[in-house]
Design a protein around this ligand. Structure first.
Ligand SMILES: C=C(C[SeH])C(=O)N1CCC[C@H]1C(=O)O
Ligand SMILES: [Zn+2]
Length: 597
């Protein structure tokens, strides 16, 4: 009878889950060994481990799909079976599986080891993305140096990945078909468990776009003031190399010469961190202390012993920051080539947020040890970082001196947050709209680059510093395209982190709507056990329930919305509208001279 079948099903799935945990542990260990020491030998070992494990997964899958789990009464049991009946890339035959692995590891190794020559010293050709090229983009205000560095990087990391990327698209789409998806776009979107995910992304963008256009217009004017109208036009897109970041995804590095009230002291803590002899370890210890202050879990001993938090000088590693769950309940690591600056202080909290999520859901079945949706995992650390970057908290830890919070300082603070959080959204949206089109076959390889720039101009209002052709492949000059990491998760994160932050601030008594002594912009939930407990309760759920249930536990809302972000930035939005009115700056951008496609 059904009762007995369900009981047998539960026995089966629990032992499958334990076996799967072991497989995940072995796979992660091999991946760590490769990305922490990029050699041909370690790549071959990693691929061999993955092939062996995928054969075991295929055998288990043959048995799992025999169960009539759709008829089971128990919701959690049905949810476990539903997840385990999706085999993933292991559905590919071994030879194609290996080819897919090699095309991705080839792109990722190329990205991680790419070197370019210095603009100032053409014989120095050992510049890596981290820390060298990142430092140039953070500090240089020489348009020629920035242009040259931009062009070299996009050739070394982008164009060189084109062949591997084309093969990866074909093989990954074959895997999608074997998992009953039309293409990888549908597969990626299925992770969010809502039927209208792509429509929701578009709606959220239409909610935020008016604010973005105002900020874009203001920044374009300030850049034109600085670099002149031969480089920065009055009504066109902004050249992408002038925004302080290789991908123009965050514009914090141009804050010093574009902030609204320049006579008000700059709130850039990089200087203070260096003056106070901050180290990478101190940055991680401060982040750990913040999570502990919320009554959340301290980083375990293995974290401090096994993590790599500084770039080694004796081998090549994947420097792009990452957090690792070894699925044994005690080994959790971060790998990061940390520099002592504001941007990495935020990234440290971002990565520590991933590990805190691992710690909170470590007693879930292995199949539920993931974010409620991929955006949740990216939002945890950033939500904490919203408190850390508040003037109140920076004063608390001595990174800024006492500054009366007057109206102008507050606008500067919101501007600093806005050129990080608002400008990121159209970038993130572009990256996966582009890849959706590629996976769906709407964008053919001969159109990869023109479609990429068409989207970047349309959504982000930026343009390349020099003309591009199909010899280039600029999308792969971004880590996540070369490393096969889905990106809509960050778009979701940069919206829901404000819903989380608002809820936590209210729980901490730090934010009271309409009470001007308790403003959202100055909220710091540090040491609030009430906020920490609520966050912990949501994180403990992992992916055991659909994400609206998890969001409701913390925020009372069941949908991702832009209202948290718009409420946080409302004073800035008002100020930008008035300022752009005053200067008569054109809002928006006309299509640039070159027709891309
Ligand atoms: C820090 C990480 C590792 Se999950 C990252 O890739 N982030 C964090 C913010 C956006 C995105 C990026 O750097 O592009
Ligand atoms: Zn992340």
């Amino acid at each position: 009878d059904l009762e007995a079948l369900e009981h047998e099903g539960r026995e089966y799935i629990m032992q499958l889950d334990v076996a799967t945990g072991m497989r995940k542990h072995l796979a992660i260990l091999a991946e760590w060994e490769y990305t922490a020491n990029i050699t041909k030998e370690n790549e071959d070992k990693w691929i061999q481990v993955r092939v062996d494990l995928s054969q075991q997964e295929k055998r288990a899958w043959e048995e799992t799909k025999m169960y009539r789990w759709q008829d089971f009464q128990d919701f959690t049991l049905r949810r476990m079976f539903k997840k385990y009946t999706q085999l993933g890339v292991s559905a590919l035959p071994d030879d194609k599986y290996k080819m897919l692995m090699r095309s991705v590891s080839g792109m990722e190794a190329n990205y991680a080891t790419a070197k370019i020559c210095s603009y100032k010293n053409a014989s120095k050709c050992d510049l890596a993305l981290e820390p060298d090229i990142t430092e140039i983009f953070a500090t240089s205000q020489d348009p020629e140096e920035l242009k040259d560095t931009w062009v070299q990087w996009h050739k070394a990391a982008g164009a060189r990945a084109r062949a591997n990327f084309t093969e990866y698209v074909n093989l990954y789409n074959e895997a999608a078909h074997l998992n009953n998806f039309k293409d990888v776009a549908e597969w990626w979107q299925s992770e969010y468990e809502v039927p209208d995910f792509e429509e929701q992304l578009a709606k959220l963008w239409s909610d935020v776009k008016p604010l973005y256009e105002q900020l874009h217009a203001y920044v374009r004017k300030r850049l034109r003031d600085k670099y002149g109208d031969q480089i920065v036009s009055a009504r066109g897109p902004i050249p992408a190399h002038l925004l302080g970041n290789m991908w123009a995804q965050t514009w914090n590095n141009i804050e010093s010469f574009t902030r609204p009230y320049p006579d008000k002291k700059e709130v850039d803590i990089t200087q203070s961190m260096k003056e106070q002899n901050y180290t990478a370890l101190k940055m991680f210890q401060m982040s750990d202390e913040f999570f502990r202050s919320l009554n959340l879990t301290a980083m375990p001993e293995k974290f401090w012993n096994n993590s790599i938090i500084e770039k080694p000088n004796d081998r090549e590693i994947v420097c792009h920051a990452s957090a690792w769950d070894f699925f044994d309940g005690e080994d959790f690591r971060i790998k990061m080539c940390t520099s002592v600056n504001r941007e990495h202080f935020r990234t440290v909290h971002h990565e520590m947020g991933h590990v805190q999520y691992y710690l909170q859901y470590k007693n879930q079945p292995f199949v539920f040890r993931e974010g409620a949706n991929p955006g949740f995992h990216e939002a945890v650390g950033d939500t904490i970082a919203l408190s850390v970057s508040s003037p109140k908290h920076l004063r608390r830890v001595g990174l800024t001196q006492g500054e009366a919070e007057d109206e102008q300082t507050e606008i500067n603070q919101l501007y600093k947050m806005g050129i990080d959080k608002i400008v990121f959204l159209p970038f993130a949206y572009t990256l996966d709209l582009f890849r959706y089109g590629v996976f769906r076959g709407k964008t053919a390889p001969e159109d990869y680059n023109c479609h990429y720039w068409k989207l970047r101009e349309e959504l982000q209002g930026v343009e390349p510093p020099v003309n591009r052709t199909e010899e280039d492949f600029d999308a792969a000059a971004k880590y996540h395209v070369s490393a096969n990491v889905e990106y809509a998760r960050y778009y979701v994160s940069f919206l829901i982190q404000f819903q989380f932050h608002r809820a936590l601030c209210q729980l901490a008594g730090e934010y009271v709507p309409e009470d001007f002594t308790k403003k959202l912009v100055d909220c710091d939930i540090f040491e609030s056990v009430a906020a920490g407990n609520a966050l912990g309760n949501m994180l403990k759920m992992g992916s055991s329930k659909p994400w609206p249930d998890a969001m409701e536990v913390l925020t009372g809302q069941r949908a991702m919305k832009a209202d948290g972000l718009l409420e946080y930035f409302r004073p800035l939005h008002d100020w930008l509208k008035a300022e752009n009115q005053r200067t008569g700056e054109f809002i928006g951008w006309e299509s640039s001279k070159t027709q891309y496609c």
